[in-house]
Design a protein around this ligand. Sequence first.
Ligand code: ADP
Length: 489
Amino acid sequence: MYVVMISAESAPVAKAGGLGDFVEGIAHDMSARGHRVEIILPRYDCLRFDRIWELHKVQDLWVPYYSKWIHCDVEVGQADGLTCWFIGPHSPQAFFHRGRIYGEPDDADRFAFFSRAALEFMQKSGRHPDIIHCHDWQTGLVPVLLYEIYQQLGMTGPRVCYTLHNLGHQGWTGEHILRQVGLEPAAVVTPDRLQDHGNPTVVNLMKGGIVYSNYVTTVSPRYAWEVQHSDQGMGLQQTLQRHAAKFGGVLNGIDYEIWNPETDPYITQTYCADTLQRKARNKAALRRRLLLEDAVRPIVAVVSRLERQKGLELIRHAAHFCLANDAQFVLLGATRDPEINDSFRELKYQLDDNPNCHLEVAYDEELSHQIFAGSDMIVIPSVYEPCGLTQMIGMRYGVVPVVRWVGGLADTVFDANYSDQEFTRRNGYVFNDYTAAGLESALKRAIGLWFRFPEYFRQLRLNGMAWDHSWNRPGQRYLDIFNSIEAPP
Ligand code: ADP
């Protein structure tokens, strides 16, 4: 099978969060199964060029833009063994020369252009994959353009699988974006197509992706239910219910090559379940790096984008609660929101003198690995969480997750005391209510166990490490989906 991924992110070269991990992980899995996989990305100026091999230009491309054309360079390179195509427009707006992936006022313009450019490139270069797999609102226009424009130009083979990673961002925009990419608004801005449910004058790019794709997935079974039956659907509930026959939740995997404490090049001491005692050296190294006191205390970590979705009030509360309960607290978090940034810098300022606390308001891949290797618990108190990868990464590194029972967290974390799973499958602590008391009810039990019953805590770590969160199962599930929608030969 020949699969082309069209995405705004792919780790390690362009990652802002879990989407980047997903694209790389599934692409590796599909390649390992013997399928041909290619990834098309924007050529951001902030790409990790040090992770791309043999990058070179292969093609000039002219992409329609309103009534004009924009000249692009198409380059190809290898990133972690995967073939990536990079589309670099010479646009007067410098679409991908912004020093970051998202968060620009013209994001809709930038990614609509990218969606059209990716299809234009595929058509001009004669690429006819069996499956186009695209992701989130940024590439929601891909199936729309395929069916409204490119099929008429001969691209009749590819079928589209569209994955929803986060319904909090749907690509709400205006009709001008459709004109930009060559679509006639009157034809597609209807209630059953791209018209937003809440506001008829708004164009919803994610809705277009859902309606026009052959299959739609989201990243956990629980979130698939939530987005159809609760306000987590953020206005798309009816659309998803209408298309329920082609919609399903597939729990994400994590890339076991990259997230592997036995081989991780970023950590001081490699280890596995059989040598779990060696993890202590990573804890000591983390303390040295972050200037934390060397004391008999658990390290409780947060590794997260700092956005409201992630439960910012409860993250702040966790910091204070840990310090008041003899635990150390470490946060690695980044945000594009200046207000949130300021508030966490203020918290850092307040707590920085405390030898049991370190807040790093930044994005740092290497430090994230060291935190997973060195900490004892990870807190994820999300308001909503489509899947969440950090609880799974944490478990792989022998870290006990403390999470709110929502979305993919509910599908992966089973409470040490209250779960109906058998004991060997219980792997963390869970709370329901989005309140300080809710968080405390779980965090207090986790910290208490660490102090009073270290052997039982160790068993919880091992239980988590024994879960298989690799791409093995989700990879097979995606393959089954791709096979079910593939065009007949
Ligand atoms: P989301 O996709 O909503 O950001 P996920 O839990 O699905 O959340 O994925 C987050 C990914 O991004 C994980 O690989 C995590 O380690 C990484 N990550 C999040 N924040 C940071 C940060 N500040 N520095 C480095 N890596 C981060």
